[in-house]
Structures are given as C-alpha cells and as structure tokens.
Design a protein around this ligand. Sequence first.
Ligand SMILES: [Zn+2]
Length: 284
Amino acid sequence: MSIARRRIRSAKAAGSLIETPQDNWLSHFTRYGETMVSKAEPNPSLERVRHTRLADKIADQLRRYIAANEMSVGARLPSERQLADTLGTSRTTISQALRILAIAGLVEVRPGSGTYIRIDPYTLLGVSFDVMFDPDPDSLARLAEFRHWIEDGLFTLANELSFEADNLRNAFDVLARLDISIGEFIEADASFHVAIVAGAQNPYLTSLFEAVHRQILQVTYTGWIESGHSPQWLSGRERHQHIDMHRRIRDAALDGSPQELRGALDDHSASLERHIEITQKELR
Ligand SMILES: [Zn+2]
C-alpha cells in the first residue's frame, strides 16, 4: 500500500523524468546558461537579486531527479564536477544547490566523499510542505514568530510530554562538538529542535515545525549557502553561549520541567530573532 502510494506520488512529482533510465541521467537535466536567470525572471520591482537564485533552481531540479530515480537513503549523487558539466554551470553554484538540499534535510554533504541521500523524499510531510514557502529576508521575522507559535503547540496540544531521551542527547552531543562542520551543525540543530517538538507525540505538529524551521535556516544561513562560511554566532564566545542555551533546553525536557522548558525555548527564539536581524543587515 505504502509502496504503491509512493510510486504514484513519485511519478506525479517527476513528470516526464519518470521514464529516465538510471544509467542515462545525464541527458535529462535542463542546462542552465548563466544568462538564463535574468531572461526567465525579469525583476521589475528592483529587489535585491539573490546570488543563490540559480542554485535554488538547480536544487529543485535535483529534488525531482532524486524522486524520479527513487534514490534510496545512503545513495550517492553524481559528483559536483559531473553535475556542473551536465548542467552547464559552475561548481560553486552546484555546491550552493547541494547546501540548500542539506539545509532541507534531504542530503548529507560529506566533505571529501560526496553527497548522499539522507531521507526518502516522500516519507516526510515536512519536505513536501516546504515548497509552499519562499520567504524573503523581510518576512523572515514573521516566519520566526510562526515557528515559535508552532513550537509552543508542544505545551498546548499534549496533555503529557514524552521525549526520546537518546535522540535528544545524541543531537545535543553533536551540536555541542566544536570540531564539526557547519553543515553537520545545522543538521544536528534541526534534529535537536525536532526531537523537542516530537515530545508532544503529534507527527503533524512535528512535520509542520520541521518544515518551517528548515525554511528559516535556509535564509539565516544564506551566507553559508553562498560561500560556505560560518556565521558570526557560531564562533568564539557566542558559540559557547549557543551550546549552553541548547543544554538548558535538553535538561529541562529530560528533567520533566515544562515551565523551565518553555522559558528556555523563549530564550532560544529571542536568540533566533537576533540572528535574523544580523542576516537581514548582511543581505541589504
Ligand atoms: Zn537551536
């Protein structure tokens, strides 16, 4: 039942790509000339043009490619060089597209090894949900409010909270390590917050939260997507404060003190709002 349903959804999402034989994937991508962006998308309101506009398009195409080929968890994508040659774009743009997919939780970029499928694209409501948003930096503060409102559903929706202690501890241990890559950090942070909201035991709340959380990350980590550089709040003293803030959330959840947990999550939201302000300044 679930396999049949998945096939139907895959075929719908993939469109004409569904007949693509595995060994002939190269001919099924649309090639992008660097001039295509301005032709396809005139910019009459003179908004700031995001450097990652082309990367967004390529990320969408890669999503469809992954679905059309029913790539399973752990499968490796073609190399950056192959993708760049096939799509007629630079490796920089391909790297940006792969970082967009990493923030969406779809792939894991392992430096020096390649890019691997992290989740089945049709097992998570969150992944199909996220295409509904395209937040610009100005609407990001509203989206962050919405994120906090969903997170608060943890306390209003469930009579009793029940946390998977191992998931929470593992995610915290990864995000508290100082030697991890920024991509690993973002993934650990997303897993951590999803594990908190999952404490309400409502999969719809969890999926909606994850979709919105990852959308916010995609904008707040624009600098990382564009250049691979770490944002300022992840270095020096701020990094340690960041870790302490998450430790407080973890401890409150595991100690079973909802009041303390609510306060810790409020502080985390305030910190997220500061990161958004920093990002907005950088993008203007
Ligand atoms: Zn966090």
